[in-house]
Design a protein around this ligand. Structure first.
Ligand SMILES: *[C@@H]1O[C@H](CO)[C@@H](O)[C@H](O)[C@H]1NC(C)=O
Ligand SMILES: *[C@@H]1O[C@H](CO)[C@@H](O)[C@H](O)[C@H]1NC(C)=O
Ligand SMILES: *[C@@H]1O[C@H](CO)[C@@H](O)[C@H](O)[C@H]1NC(C)=O
Ligand SMILES: *[C@@H]1O[C@H](CO)[C@@H](O)[C@H](O)[C@H]1NC(C)=O
Ligand SMILES: *[C@@H]1O[C@H](CO)[C@@H](O)[C@H](O)[C@H]1NC(C)=O
Ligand SMILES: *[C@@H]1O[C@H](CO)[C@@H](O)[C@H](O)[C@H]1NC(C)=O
Ligand SMILES: *[C@@H]1O[C@H](CO)[C@@H](O)[C@H](O)[C@H]1NC(C)=O
Length: 406
């Protein structure tokens, strides 16, 4: 639940209280002292089989005693496998004839198998479009009347090799529907830009999610596709594996640091509960222009996760190959934009970013700027208040120690 119904968009409404600021100020210090971990990251396009135009991108991130494997593919619906191993020597093995067969089990493996500490997957199954013309309530969970969705398994994708950039450790899957009777994608495309990192940092462009060497960033952008209505909102259906009988849940975290993503005081994350776990993390914001800023910010809503037993999902061969057929999936919807404010209709563009990672999600610490402002703002009166509060607290405590006598 992105909770954009109650968005933290402006200081006035949902800005953190001074007490929250203070407690964060007191608790944030230790995080700032954590060292940076780096990894040796390589991107490799696994060559197809008999010239089959299949995209399989392997991101291998090697640390001192662990290796992370991110495998992205547009074979079937776009999907990613994330696999963490406890050795710097684990490797990906692909058997194309098996992977492309109707029963791809074990067509893709990370060896040695007993080094795997954590594995999960995401599958991007459908692109939704909604007509929000008659949705007057901005806070409505209902994005509007759905148009027929675009199944992403029926997209054709570019040759990933051409977009591979070893300098930025990135690659872009760019696709459009194979059958496009209305020519909606004649000038448009849906792009999944994948980026890995060898250390921690923050991109220049909002939402400026804090990344580490354990994470991988995905930017989804729809660009130039003709909408089917005047006020079209778009959405994305995402499926993931459930580790147990229940679906993972999405947690909302309030954050105070709006220096990097102005006016968005929230961070959402999906945690797979196995330990050491993995996560998907994002800010509930999308952008309606390439120039991302406050003026082009769109709210993003996430639905609860539901098991997908009731309706069929398109299969991802890489997920089936790695996990076998005995897996339960859960799905959720992300929707971008609201019927009012800026929208896709302005520039025929939206983009949204998320981080995918292993271990604990990166925690935003207070930046030096915010700390400085708070130090000045709280300043002497703040210290006096704090001192006064402590004295009251101590007095109250002493007082209450004598209470039980009655
Ligand atoms: C993708 O592009 C690379 C380099 O441009 C080329 O070697 C490879 O054969 C292409 N793959 C397909 C399936 O066309
Ligand atoms: C991994 O290596 C670090 C030092 O580089 C060490 O502190 C840590 O205990 C090791 N972890 C495991 C699981 O061996
Ligand atoms: C690849 O899979 C096929 C079955 O799909 C199998 O016959 C073949 O032996 C496998 N190749 C390797 C190298 O394991
Ligand atoms: C919106 O509502 C009006 C009046 O209620 C109706 O005439 C119109 O058909 C609706 N449009 C859509 C797209 O649902
Ligand atoms: C695609 O772009 C061309 C040139 O800009 C334009 O003439 C054409 O109408 C566009 N097609 C669609 C379906 O928007
Ligand atoms: C879009 O807006 C135009 C003018 O505002 C209107 O003529 C047209 O009917 C609208 N289209 C739809 C699908 O609502
Ligand atoms: C996502 O939205 C579509 C269209 O409204 C709906 O059919 C589908 O059931 C939703 N999926 C989930 C997991 O909520």
């Amino acid at each position: 639940m992105c909770g954009c119904g109650e968005p933290r968009w402006a200081w006035g409404r949902c800005a953190p209280s001074p007490m929250l600021l203070l407690s964060l100020l007191l608790s944030a210090a230790p995080f700032g002292l954590l060292g940076e971990e780096t990894r040796q990251v390589s991107l490799e396009v696994i060559p197809g089989w008999l010239g089959s135009p299949q995209n399989l991108l392997h991101i291998r991130a090697v640390g001192t005693n662990s290796t992370l494997h991110y495998v992205w593919s547009s074979l079937g619906p776009p999907a990613v496998l994330l696999v963490a191993t406890n050795t710097p020597h684990s490797s990906l093995v692909v058997n194309w004839s098996c992977l492309l067969s109707p029963e791809p089990d074990e067509g893709l493996m990370v060896l040695p198998k007993d080094s795997i500490q954590f594995s999960s997957a995401l599958v991007f199954t459908r692109l939704f479009e909604f007509d929000s013309t008659n949705v007057s309530d901005v806070a409505a969970k209902f994005p509007g009347k759905p148009y027929p969705p675009y199944p992403l398994a029926e997209f054709s994708w570019n040759n990933i090799t051409d977009s591979l950039d070893p300098a930025t450790l990135s690659a872009t899957f760019r696709g459009h529907p194979m059958h496009d009777p209305t020519n909606a994608f004649a000038n448009g495309s849906l792009a999944f830009r994948v980026q890995a990192f060898s250390g921690s940092g923050r991109p220049i462009q909002p939402p400026r999610l804090l990344h580490t060497a354990d994470t991988c960033q995905l930017e989804v952008a729809l660009c130039g596709a003709s909408p089917r209505g005047n006020r079209s909102l778009f959405g994305l259906e995402v499926a993931t594996l459930s580790q147990g009988p229940d679906c993972p849940s999405v947690q909302e975290q309030l954050s105070i640091d709006d220096e990097y993503t102005p006016a968005v005081f929230q961070l959402d994350q999906l945690l797979w509960d196995a330990l050491p776990s993995g996560f998907m993390q994002w800010r509930p914001v999308a952008f309606s222009q390439k120039q991302r800023g406050r003026e082009s910010a769109l709210p993003c809503q996430v639905s609860p996760l539901h098991p997908t037993l009731e309706y069929p999902l398109p299969q991802s061969p890489i997920v089936r190959a790695f996990f076998g057929s005995q897996t339960n999936f859960c799905a959720f919807n992300l929707t971008f934009g609201a019927s009012t404010g800026p929208g896709y209709w302005d520039h025929y563009y939206f983009s949204w970013s998320m981080l995918l990672g292993v271990g604990s999600p990166p925690v935003d610490t207070l930046s030096a700027l915010v700390l400085g402002i708070m130090a000045v703002a709280l300043g002497a009166p703040g210290l006096m208040l704090l001192g006064g509060g402590l004295i009251l607290l101590l007095r109250h405590k002493r007082y209450s120690e004598y209470q039980p006598i009655n």
